[in-house]
Ligand binder design. Structure first.
Ligand SMILES: Nc1ncnc2c1ncn2[C@@H]1O[C@H](COP(=O)(O)OP(=O)(O)O)[C@@H](O)[C@H]1O
Ligand SMILES: [Mg+2]
Length: 357
């Protein structure tokens, strides 16, 4: 099993605040995707740089440089790849690293590309080694060697490719081998979105879904969306349901808060699992340090689930720290759960060591 994308685990599959797309998301997302750079909200740096790259290529009448998009799930990588194709008025072919098992799979795709076509390779860090090596040559020289036959009689037949633009997306830029990374002319690192940007995403989506929402309602949903447009859009849909059933359909701050309380997404975007981990850490272990395994047993979850599903967001939010002695709650964690830390907060408490690592 490959755990390189933490949001692919079973425990997150059904999660309202999970960042990977489920079936319902995929259907709705197509309708909500911005179609050009002007519609794409936030990521100012990336947008400005990409705009220059694409404009320059268009002015030269050339195919755009290869682009690498890195960033957490749900931040807009797939959307941007489609925008790149739209801005270049080029067709787009979509595939992913895990879908390319053999170099031959990649050769078949590459050799059928049209001139100027955009090839979107999602999860590019999960491509097989031989395919990766074929890609190096294709990116650099627009050429592949197709191997015909097996064993000593095998021969490599060089095949010219039309110029194309590779758009690679990865949640783990660090896992890309440097030779691959170096072959991209432009690398965009996508950041989590700020509250104002998420509010704009929510207003835009509400407009497209024909849902009434006021400023405070959008702000309430934005605050619980973990900096991620995909989550913002999903929470918006759940709040819309609630507003239709329990009220007159208009999303206000009260409606949004009440709806998300039903779904157990709290004011900071923590769900039941996240809160369970924090509560155990605070109430059972005095804020830590406590070992990961002990913490997992206390919340009745697998070690991996706690480590890969709950912790990254808690760490990002500054609620939990991973230290060599174990997991430790920060003062913000006590405040968030409305609890008072013990007076000897920190490392001095001998009793906590009973549960440590
Ligand atoms: N900058 C943005 N502005 C508006 N909507 C966005 C933006 N980024 C992402 N979205 C929305 O979030 C959803 C997820 O984006 P996607 O491109 O699929 O993310 P990724 O490929 O990085 O996982 C899309 O449906 C899109 O509507
Ligand atoms: Mg995607």
């Amino acid at each position: 099993m490959n755990w390189d994308d933490t949001t692919d685990t079973d425990a997150t599959a059904e999660r309202l605040v999970g960042a990977s797309a489920d079936g319902e998301d995929q259907a709705v997302e197509a309708a909500l995707r911005p179609k050009d750079l002007g519609e794409f909200i936030g990521q100012e740096k990336v947008r400005e740089q990409l705009d220059l790259v694409l404009r320059a290529a268009r002015a030269r009448g050339a195919t755009a440089d290869h682009v690498l998009l890195s960033g957490a799930p749900g931040l807009g990588k797939t959307t941007l790849s489609m925008i790149i194709a739209a801005e270049m008025e080029a067709p787009i072919r979509i595939t992913s690293g895990p879908a390319i098992q053999h170099a031959g799979d990649l050769a078949a795709i590459l050799s059928s590309l049209q001139e100027g076509e955009v090839l979107f390779l999602d999860e590019i860090h999960r491509m097989s080694r031989p395919a990766e090596e074929m890609l190096y040559m294709a990116m650099e020289d627009f050429r592949v060697d197709v191997i015909v036959g097996k064993g000593p009689g095998a021969t490599a037949i060089p095949l010219e490719l039309p110029p194309f633009t590779l758009v690679g997306a990865t949640t783990r830029a660090g896992l890309l081998p440097p030779p691959l990374r170096d072959r991209f002319g432009f690398t965009a690192h996508m950041e989590f979105y700020g509250p104002t940007e998420l509010e704009r995403v929510i207003h835009r989506s509400a407009g497209l879904l024909d849902v009434g929402i006021d400023t405070a309602g959008a702000a309430e949903i934005a605050g619980r969306s973990r900096g991620t447009p995909r989550i913002a859009n999903r929470l918006l849909r759940r709040v819309r349901d609630y507003a239709q059933v329990k009220a007159d359909g208009l999303i206000t701050q009260e409606i949004a808060a009440a709806a998300l309380a039903v779904y157990e997404v709290d004011a900071r975007g923590l769900d039941r699992l996240d809160r369970g981990v924090l509560e155990a850490l605070l109430k059972l272990f005095g804020g830590g340090p406590v070992g990961l395994s002990t913490l997992a047993v206390a919340v009745g979850e697998e070690r991996e689930t706690v480590e890969e599903v709950a912790e990254p967001f808690l760490v990002r939010e500054g609620l939990l720290a991973r230290t060599p002695r174990g997991r430790v709650a920060t003062p913000a964690a006590w405040a968030h759960l409305g609890l008072t830390p013990p007076r000897s907060q920190g490392s001095g408490n001998g009793q906590q060591d009973l549960f440590g690592t």
